[in-house]
Design a protein around this ligand. Structure first.
Ligand code: NIG
Length: 402
């Protein structure tokens, strides 16, 4: 693969957690063999095989979207309309999507997921996690995991998304379903997944059931994540911290004790601004979490129930405008933060001493995942919300959009 020199960068946002300043003006970078090979002042730039002039535009790491549910068929526009008319979101809607997803053929479902991945990439996302969770039986969860594994970067097993209904239309016995999730279903998905998640919430799984699922999955070698404190004080945050989960996601209903626990742990608090808007939930306290010293990630939570968008540009704008994060904090959370939530950031990879290429930060040796904005500064993401600001996207050094 030939090397490429990017010149004319207006602002280079490195999203390096060890850097004081958010961006470097008048910088250049060289991409070689899928990685960042050099980064520094324009005047000292080395030679490369090709040269791309981005004409004053801002260059960021590609977004790292650490929470999505892309393996689904159908939509829930009627449920959304009812919600806008005053009905509260409840976990039960997951069952509607489960029915539609089970109906879809492998080809249909794979095409739907591939289309959603394309949309995300076109919006600047270069590293993407997605979950199972609309199969809810052994065969369908394994199919979802298998299809996802060929299309996204990280797959999470979410068999514990909802207790499914049986042939009589009533929910099956929850504890027996948890046995299945911890047993045959886990075995069936295991070849395709690296993470396990659980919806620890009223109407889904209790903290005790969630603990059983997470412990079984940890014993099977999976990393842990938790849907916690989305609809109430579910105990998900405390459980995630106690079990050393990489991330606890949603965190809408948290106490000061929860925030302190997150701040003094390695568990990332993943906030989902588009979901909070679409469900009209109390916004996750991103400001308080950052002020307390927690590591925060921002993700899309793209799914048909609570957040039918994969636009990280939109999530970033919302986090600034609604949650009062600064642009600098928000860009870091949607790049480095997401990577940290997936333990694929520069610090985690260095600590693990493995040969994986870090993502989410622009540094020498990191994966060359670039998001070039059609704007001179990342501030435009919040200043011009909803505008088509993604100009070009590079993934592992290849231009994949724009
Ligand atoms: O993260 N909360 C649980 N899971 C999804 C919603 C799934 C659905 O309603 O279909 C979420 O918001």
């Amino acid at each position: 693969m030939s090397s490429e020199l990017l010149v004319g960068i207006g602002e280079l946002w490195t999203a390096d957690p060890d850097e004081e300043r958010a961006f470097v003006p008048d910088a250049t970078l060289v991409v070689d063999d899928g990685r960042i090979a050099w980064l520094g002042p324009a005047a000292q730039a080395p030679e490369a095989d090709r040269r791309t002039d981005v004409e004053g535009r801002a260059v960021l790491p590609g977004w790292v979207d650490s929470h999505s549910h892309l393996v689904f068929a159908g939509d829930r526009a009627a449920e959304f309309a009812a919600r806008m008319a005053g009905q509260a979101y409840a976990a039960g809607g997951i069952g509607v999507t489960t029915a539609a997803t089970r109906e879809a053929s492998d080809e249909e479902l794979a095409a739907l997921v591939a289309g959603r991945v394309r949309d995300a990439t076109a919006g600047g996302t270069t590293y993407l996690e997605t979950k199972t969770g609309y199969g809810l039986n052994v065969e369908q969860e394994a199919r979802a995991a298998r299809l996802a594994a060929g299309l996204v970067d990280e797959v999470t097993y979410l068999g514990a998304h909802l207790v499914p209904t049986g042939p009589d239309g009533q929910p099956v016995d929850a504890d027996e379903y948890v046995d299945l999730v911890c047993g045959a279903m886990l075995q069936a998905v295991r070849p395709y997944v690296t993470w396990a998640d659980v919806f620890c919430e009223e109407g889904a799984f209790t903290p005790e059931q969630s603990r059983r699922v997470l412990q079984a999955c940890a014993e099977a070698g999976l990393g842990l994540r938790v849907h916690g404190n989305q609809l109430g004080h579910s105990g998900g945050v405390a459980l995630a911290v106690e079990l050393g989960a990489a991330s606890v996601d949603h965190v809408n209903y948290v106490t000061d004790t929860d925030i302190e626990a997150l701040a003094s742990s390695d568990t990332v608090a993943t906030i989902l601004p588009a979901c909070d808007l679409s469900t009209r939930a109390p916004l996750a306290p991103g400001r308080a979490l950052l002020d307390a010293g927690a590591t925060v990630a921002i993700a899309s939570n793209c799914n048909p129930g609570t957040s039918y968008t994969s636009s990280m540009n939109f999530c970033v704008a919302t986090a600034v405008l609604q949650m009062r994060l600064t642009v600098e904090e928000t860009v870091l959370a949607a790049t480095y933060g997401g990577a940290r939530a997936l333990r694929r950031d520069v610090r985690s990879v260095a600590a693990q001493g493995d040969d994986r290429t870090p993502v989410g930060t622009l540094a020498v040796g990191a994966r060359a995942d670039l998001h070039v904005l059609d704007a001179p500064s990342a501030t435009h993401l919040a200043y011009r919300p909803g505008m088509p600001l993604t100009w070009g996207v590079w993934r592992s050094g290849h231009r994949v959009a724009g």
